[in-house]
Design a protein around this ligand. Structure first.
Ligand code: SAM
Length: 240
């Protein structure tokens, strides 16, 4: 119901074809049956099926059951493009783990095939429904890392796996330690591609006053594991 007018008592509107088919054919619901409705913008509402046919389902809104959360301090995930299946898994899990937005990135070692942002956005929508989030993270089309960094004003926490291998001791703080010293304000979590950040990117990041490298443990994680590990640690530290 993402393209509806603002939700209000008594609003009657049509579900899109996929939703209509799911409600009528898969869930086999009929007129008068109650459903939970949200559009990622106006909170969650109790609705009643107003008219049901194989192809068309109209819903009447009865009452709001959950208010839309204020845009809190959900972290933005900056993820370098990785292979399609892994990227889709990252989108789904990052949605469950509370990522606010998901910015796709092209880095100097990104070997990405074609990225279908619309499909990734649908995955985020479906994951938000399953995890009962009222807001749906926006998946933002790929931009080059160096372009993004030119205007990034938020705190950038980036995973740097090399810290685990320099002479054995950890030269870069573990993420939870880095988060403990963080004040309020927007935060992005930046994860590199399968090939990692290259020397130029590492140099650029280490020179940024608003960027901090973090360690996600003593092993090299795949990009999808690193993204989920970082989001989980963020959630543990920030409670969102
Ligand atoms: N350079 C790695 C290698 O030699 O295989 C490849 C990069 S790793 C597959 C993908 C990304 O996950 C890295 O760019 C980094 O952002 C993050 N990452 C993986 N393991 C990490 C760790 N132990 N600590 C911090 N970040 C890590």
């Amino acid at each position: 119901a993402e393209t509806t007018p603002p939700f209000a008592d008594g609003l009657i509107f049509p579900l899109n074809p996929d939703q209509a088919r799911y409600v009528a054919a898969v869930m086999r619901l009929g007129e008068g049956d109650e459903v939970s409705v949200f559009n990622g913008r106006d909170g969650e509402w109790r609705g009643r099926l107003h008219s049901v046919s194989k192809k068309h389902v109209h819903v009447e809104l009865v009452a709001q059951t959950r208010a839309q959360p204020a845009a809190g301090n959900a972290p933005k995930l900056l993820i370098a493009l990785v292979k399609r299946a892994r990227l889709e898994a990252i989108i789904e899990k990052a949605t469950e783990l509370g990522a606010g937005e998901i910015q796709l990135l092209i880095t100097r070692r990104t070997n990405a095939d074609h990225t279908n942002v619309a499909r990734l956005q649908l995955i985020a929508q479906e994951a938000a429904e399953q995890t009962e989030r009222l807001d749906v993270p926006q998946v933002l089309a790929p931009v080059k890392l160096e372009v993004y960094l030119k205007t990034a004003a938020e705190t950038l926490i980036y995973g740097d796996e090399d810290s685990t291998h320099e002479t054995g001791e950890r030269t870069i703080p573990p993420m939870l330690e880095a988060l403990s010293g963080l004040g309020e304000g927007a935060v992005s979590i930046l994860i590199g591609p399968e090939g990692g950040f290259d020397a130029v990117e590492r140099q650029t990041l280490s020179a940024l006053p608003n960027a901090m490298a973090v360690n996600l443990g003593p092993r090299i994680l795949r990009a999808d594991t690193a993204a989920l590990s970082a989001l989980t640690l963020y959630q543990a530290a920030k409670g969102d």
